[in-house]
Design a protein around this ligand. Structure first.
Ligand code: ADP
Ligand code: MG
Length: 232
């Protein structure tokens, strides 16, 4: 498989009043295995729309999107749920943790849909929490953690099933600089060690400097696609 994600002539229109608003205009992009890349653009440029379509949370209007050799538009809702639960992890700006569950239970949650033994599940949860250095917080609830720690739990939850693709929608938008850099280091290490493909959306200059590839989105169009040399 050459590309993990292939996007061709993608158009997304939202119905607004009696008409349509075009949020993505003829987007063509490929993402390869282990790439650490970002969709960069101001608010309203279409970043969330694009990530949601790649993650099969939303449907395109026309064009095609292939993830792991599967054409998303041809999948049934059951097949796309299976693709999401097995192969795609999501990290959101607002963490989206379950407030009444412990850190351990939040990270365990995506594994309950998969066919695993209790032992395998426990090991995967503890491994994921080790990646983000939170094994001492397994019994805490999200309300007892800082924003940075909540985002680390969300990263552990997203990567616990070791998906080939991780999507992060403005993951550092609610964090201060120190926490943002920490979060970025965790994500970069996961990307490097597990060959996970990361696609971020961001307009945070701290994140932009970390990216190997920057895709500039302006009014729903790819304006620039810049590859920077890897440091290792
Ligand atoms: P970004 O994440 O870059 O801020 P979005 O993808 O959220 O941008 O939105 C892109 C554009 O599409 C914006 O102009 C937004 O108002 C519009 N949009 C997003 N979702 C909807 C929707 N459900 N209905 C109508 N317009 C929408
Ligand atoms: Mg957005």
């Amino acid at each position: 498989m050459s590309n993990l994600v292939e996007i061709r002539d993608l158009i997304k229109k939202y119905p607004v009043g009696g008409s349509f608003f075009t949020a993505l205009k003829d987007v063509n992009l490929d993402f390869s295995e282990g790439e650490f890349s970002g969709i960069v653009g101001p608010s309203g440029s279409g970043k969330t729309t694009l990530l949601n379509i790649i993650g099969s949370l939303d449907k395109r209007t026309s064009g095609s999107v292939k993830v792991l050799d599967k054409e998303l538009e041809k999948l049934s809702s059951g097949e796309s749920a299976k693709l999401r639960s097995e192969s795609i992890g999501f990290i959101f700006q607002s963490y989206n943790l379950l407030q009444h569950y412990s850190v351990y239970e939040n990270v365990e949650f995506p594994l309950l849909l998969l066919n695993m033994t209790n032992e395998q599940r426990k090991k995967a949860v503890m491994d994921a929490l080790e990646w983000v250095e939170l094994t001492d917080k397994i019994k805490s609830r999200p309300g007892q953690l800082s924003g940075g720690q909540c985002q680390r739990v969300a990263i552990a939850r997203a990567m616990v099933k070791k998906p080939p693709l991780l999507l992060a929608d403005e993951p550092t938008a609610n964090l201060d600089s120190d926490n943002s850099y920490k979060i970025l280091d965790y994500m970069k290490n996961i990307c490097r060690e597990m060959k996970t493909t990361f696609i971020f959306s961001t307009h945070d200059s701290k994140v932009i400097n970390y990216l190997n590839r920057k895709i500039h989105l302006v009014d729903g169009k790819v304006e620039k696609d810049i590859l920077t040399a890897q440091e290792d």
